[in-house]
Design a binder for this molecule. Structure first.
Ligand code: G3P
Ligand code: CA
Ligand code: CA
Ligand code: CA
Length: 309
């Protein structure tokens, strides 16, 4: 029965898309789609998880993934943070930190947390970094985060996730409705603040897969005394004033946050650049060893997907 409802919804969607949204501009057809998965879901009532076209206010269309079922659905995938080479320290592919080397003179690194540069494709969002215009255009209220094994196929993202959660109190409304605006207010820049004093917002989360204890299987054993589980934290500084962008699943208590926070600016003073990269110091005591400060192999080899609703 549920499958029939889904099928009817899907057929309806395709018919309406064809009938109502094709506008001729000169000789070129210009198709406009809803601005977010939430809008799309409101229009059609029920839809399955999957890939959908959305449009920006200026009329650019792009394909992304919509989670139409978790907690009522309507979640738009806007970005993925992927570590393509843990041994490459602020090298090619470290778009959410720096691809320009560990450099005190490039304190914001590539600056992608607070600019309008887009990259990647949704189909490859588990195999490389992804950022679409929704990241800076959609005005959202809450976020959902998935940790998905690298290279997983779209249909497998949700079932294979090692950790999934969402926020539920409209926190983004206080920060301009999206991460682009949030990070303008909390720059991911080396030396823009210090540990504790200048930590950005920590927002309570509701787990969709996993629990407080899961974190100890994902991050290193030494890290456990340095965080409180059950939050997502935006922009924090470590002992050496390196800026980290996002601490997934937790609120930092200590200052060695480079072992459990991701993304960052362009300079990490400790260890001569060994912590510079999209997954910072996840490999401090060896790649995927899950010993001392090192994260598990599962965590190190999973992409972090960010959704808005
Ligand atoms: O972040 C941990 C680091 O600051 C200290 O590491 O290798 O001296 O235990 P280590
Ligand atoms: Ca890297
Ligand atoms: Ca990357
Ligand atoms: Ca440290």
């Amino acid at each position: 029965m549920a499958q029939w409802v889904m099928l009817m919804c899907f057929l309806l969607l395709n018919l309406e898309m064809l009938e109502s949204t094709t506008i001729m501009l000169g000789n070129y057809p210009s198709v406009s789609y809803p601005k977010s998965c939430k809008e799309l879901l409101h229009l059609y009532g029920c839809l399955p998880d999957g890939l959908y076209f959305l449009s920006t206010s200026s009329g650019t269309s792009y394909l992304t993934f919509c989670d139409m079922t978790t907690d009522g659905g309507g979640w738009t995938l806007v970005a993925s943070i992927h570590e393509n080479n843990m041994y490459g320290k602020c090298t090619v592919g470290d778009r959410w930190s720096s691809q320009q080397g560990n450099n005190e003179n490039v304190p914001e690194g590539d600056g992608n947390w607070s600019n309008k540069v887009t990259f990647g494709t949704v189909e490859a969002a588990s195999s490389d970094d992804f950022k679409n215009p929704g990241y800076y255009e959609i005005i959202a209220e809450d976020m959902s985060v998935w940790h998905v094994p690298n290279g997983a196929n779209v249909d497998n993202w949700k079932p294979s996730s090692i950790f999934r959660y969402h926020t539920q109190k409209n926190f983004l409304t206080q920060y301009g409705g999206n991460l682009y605006n949030l990070y303008k207010a909390y720059p991911v820049r080396y030396n823009a603040g210090v540990c504790h004093t200048n930590t950005g917002p920590s927002i309570p989360i509701v787990y969709d897969f996993g629990n407080d204890e899961s974190l100890s299987t994902l991050y290193g054993p030494n890290s456990k005394r340095e965080y409180e589980p059950g939050y997502i934290t935006f922009r924090a500084f470590n002992n050496e004033k390196a800026a980290l962008a996002l601490c997934s699943g937790l609120k930092p208590k200590g200052c060695n946050i480079e072992h459990f926070c991701i993304g960052g600016g362009g300079f990490f003073a400790e260890g001569s650049g060994r912590q510079c990269g999209d997954f910072a110091g996840f490999d401090w005591n060896g790649y995927g060893t899950h010993s001392q400060w090192s994260a598990s192999k599962e965590m190190t080899e999973s992409v972090v997907m960010l959704f808005y609703r």
